[in-house]
Each structure stands twice: as structure tokens, then as C-alpha cells.
Design a protein around this ligand. Structure first.
Ligand code: NDP
Ligand code: ZN
Length: 351
């Protein structure tokens, strides 16, 4: 079969591979729609997870089941399915402990385009199919379903990590597609003011639609000074980090109220340390928490998040700025994600 792969750090291209083996609890899926991710860009061009040779890329997509193992109970050939970017081993001790995304080791629930081939193949493999697939509801298009693989669950996980409550003032650093879903999630959770950091005009427009109330630019001065000015020196209750690099934590801690929480879902592709400012961290006693987390995967979560779209509470269509038709355009879509033109939020390829 054909797949679009990382050949080595900094090099991509089409390759031929054997169709994946389908174990007794697994499924093989033929894609209906696919989308590249900023994480693919970190992986290929920053070498952020180390080198990979001829690894098929991609972890966002949906498709049709073409094969199932003999122990799979709830899915059959021909079913239209969604799948999350993170596909844990649900029998693992880590999953039993509540951290499915780390099943088998830190971040090891992230298998696609990390420990095994990703979804940019003519067929892709899904482990633990009953736990990791979900039926694609008729109300949701394949393009929209791609946003349920990663953008919605990751942005919303940032909101969960930051523990957003009714009436909170929330800072969202980065309003690419992940940050935009964090804005939407914070809004659904009852945030009052939502202050966004980002410069791309299209992202700002879409953020307003999702509930953003204020904008600041990281290129126009420090984030903390601008946030403190907007909030009369008080700061924010919660913050979600979905963009920038290791340098974003310091200003966010500086403008977070005591007792505030930071939820980071940003993939830190480079740098060695994160600086925590001693004084603004309450000389160690400010109750300012930092939680960074890979999104959880799984069928239940996919079904619940999909129900938000199906019943009209969440609209992911504004994220889909660039649409391609045909598998061969996966390459164009990934290059768009790398170059991030001003009018791009998220490209999607319909097969
Ligand atoms: P984008 O590149 O589309 O968006 C990044 C945002 O961050 C933009 O709004 C950008 O602003 C802003 N930004 C850039 N530099 C800075 C800076 N120095 N300070 C503050 N803001 C800055 O990314 P995505 O939304 O696609 O992804 C966001 C991150 O989430 C990525 O690192 C991605 O790898 C990661 N991710 C993590 C997952 C997880 O499970 N934890 C899953 C999926 C993605 P501008 O408007 O100027 O471009
Ligand atoms: Zn992704």
C-alpha cells in the first residue's frame, strides 16, 4: 500500500509498505478524510521525538472499517468510524490508573506517527478497536470528524487541565486550531472573559465566534504586562497554553492569580528548561499550578465530544479553511501546515 511518510528528519515523501497486520482485537481502516497537524511539523522538521525512518505520518482522520480481528465486538467491515489521535491500550495499568494516554510508558498512548505508522496510508491500523473506534454519526461529515481526532479533544483537555469554572477569566496562549478549541471549550464551561494571544487575523475572527473577548499580541510586548493592564493588575484565574515555546510559561505565571491553574497542551518541540519566576510563583507558595497533558483518547470521549457537534453546541466548520479532494493532496496539506499562510487554520483532505 501507499503512504505519505517521514523518511528521516527534515525529509518527507511517498513510500510503499505492506498492509498492517490486524491482531485479534484490532481493526484496519481505509481513510475517508485526513488532516495534518502542527505536531507532524514538529516531528518531521524539528525532529522533536527523534529520528524516524519511513514512518507513515498523520494521526487525524476518520474512515471505513475494512478488516476486524476475531475478538472485536462492536465494529464490522463497512462501518464508518472516527478515531482519536491517541489510541491507548485500555488493559494497561496506566489506563486503569486514569492516565490512558501514558499506557505502556510516558506518551505511549500516542502511537500513530510516533511508535507506529500513522493514518496517511491507504489503510491504517487501530489497536484495541472496541476501545479506540467510535461510530461516525450521520450528522457529522468526515471533514468535521477529523477535528474530533485531535483539535477538539486537545483544546478541551487544556480546559480540563486548567480546571475552568463559571465566571473565570481565562487566558488562551495561541489561537491556532488547538487554542481555538480551548476558547470554545472554556466558553462552554462558563468562562467570562477569554483573553487570547495570537496575531493571525483569521484566527482572531474565528476566536470571537467561539467566545473570545479580548486579544493581545505576543509580538507587541510581553504577555504578562498586557494581561495585567487589561485586568487592572489582577491577572487571570486560569490559562491554557496552546502555542509558543518554553518561554511562554514565565509570563503566564506572572499574570496568573494566586491559586490559578495553567493547562498546557502545547508540544514543546525545542528548548531544555522552562523558567518559573520565583517571586511571581509566590516564592514557592503561590498555589499556582502547572499541568501539561497529552489528550486522552478513547471511544467514550469521542462519542461525547461528537455529540456536542451533532446537537449543534459546537461547530468545527470554521476551522476548516482549506479543503483538498484526493489522497495525493495529503502532501500539499502537510506543507500548508508547515508554512502556515495567513489565511490558514486547518487543511483537510477528503478522499
Ligand atoms: P498553530 O501553529 O496553528 O498555532 C499556534 C498559536 O500560537 C498561534 O496563534 C500563534 O500565533 C501562537 N504563537 C506562536 N508563537 C507564540 C509565542 N511566542 N507566544 C505566544 N503565542 C505564540 O498550532 P496548533 O493550534 O495547530 O497547535 C498548537 C500546539 O498544540 C502545537 O505545538 C501542537 O503540536 C500541539 N498539539 C498538542 C497535542 C496534545 O495532545 N497535547 C495534540 C495536538 C497538537 P500567530 O497567530 O502569530 O500565528
Ligand atoms: Zn494532531
Amino acid at each position: 500500500m501507499k503512504g505519505f511518510a517521514m523518511k528521516k528528519i527534515g525529509e518527507i515523501g511517498w513510500i510503499e509498505k505492506e498492509e498492517p497486520f490486524c491482531g485479534p482485537m484490532d481493526a484496519l481502516v481505509k481513510p475517508l478524510a485526513l488532516s495534518p497537524c502542527t505536531s507532524d511539523v514538529h516531528t518531521v522538521w524539528e525532529g522533536a521525538i527523534g529520528d524516524r525512518k519511513d514512518m507513515i505520518l498523520g494521526h487525524e482522520g476518520c474512515g471505513v472499517v475494512v478488516k476486524v480481528g476475531e475478538l472485536v465486538k462492536d465494529f464490522k467491515i463497512g462501518d464508518r468510524v472516527m478515531v482519536a489521535a491517541i489510541t491507548p491500550d485500555w488493559n494497561s495499568l496506566e489506563a486503569q490508573g486514569g492516565f490512558s494516554m501514558h499506557s505502556g510508558g510516558m506518551l505511549a498512548g500516542w502511537k500513530f506517527s510516533n511508535f507506529k505508522d500513522g493514518v496517511f496510508g491507504e489503510v491504517f491500523h487501530v489497536n484495541d478497536a472496541d476501545g479506540n473506534l467510535a461510530h461516525l454519526p450521520d450528522e457529522i461529515s468526515p471533514e468535521e470528524a477529523c477535528m474530533l481526532s485531535d483539535m477538539v479533544p486537545t483544546g478541551f483537555h487544556g480546559v480540563e487541565l486548567a480546571d475552568v469554572q463559571f465566571g473565570d477569566t481565562v487566558l488562551v496562549v495561541g489561537i491556532g486550531p488547538v487554542g481555538l478549541m480551548a476558547v470554545a471549550g472554556a466558553n462552554l464551561r462558563g468562562a467570562s472573559r477569554i483573553i487570547c494571544v495570537g496575531t493571525r487575523e483569521i484566527c482572531k475572527q474565528v476566536a470571537k465566534g467561539y467566545g473570545a473577548t479580548d486579544f493581545i499580541g505576543y509580538k507587541e510586548g510581553s504577555i504578562d504586562e498586557q494581561v495585567l493592564k487589561l485586568t487592572n493588575g489582577v491577572g487571570v484565574d486560569k490559562a491554557i497554553i496552546a502555542g509558543g515555546g518554553v518561554e511562554t510559561f514565565e509570563p503566564v505565571i506572572k499574570c496568573l492569580k494566586p491559586g490559578g491553574k495553567i493547562g498546557n497542551v502545547n508540544y514543546l518541540g525545542s528548548g531544555t528548561y522552562i523558567n518559573i519566576p520565583r517571586i511571581e510563583w509566590g516564592v514557592g507558595m503561590g498555589h499556582k499550578q502547572i499541568l501539561g497533558g497529552l489528550m486522552p483518547g478513547g471511544r467514550l470521549r469521542l462519542e461525547k465530544l461528537a455529540s456536542l457537534i451533532a446537537c449543534g453546541k459546537l461547530d468545527v466548520k470554521p476551522l476548516l479553511t482549506h479543503k483538498f479532494k484526493g489522497f495525493e493532496h495529503v502532501e500539499d496539506a502537510l506543507l500548508l501546515m508547515k508554512d502556515k499562510p495567513a489565511d490558514l487554520i486547518k487543511p483537510v483532505v477528503v478522499l
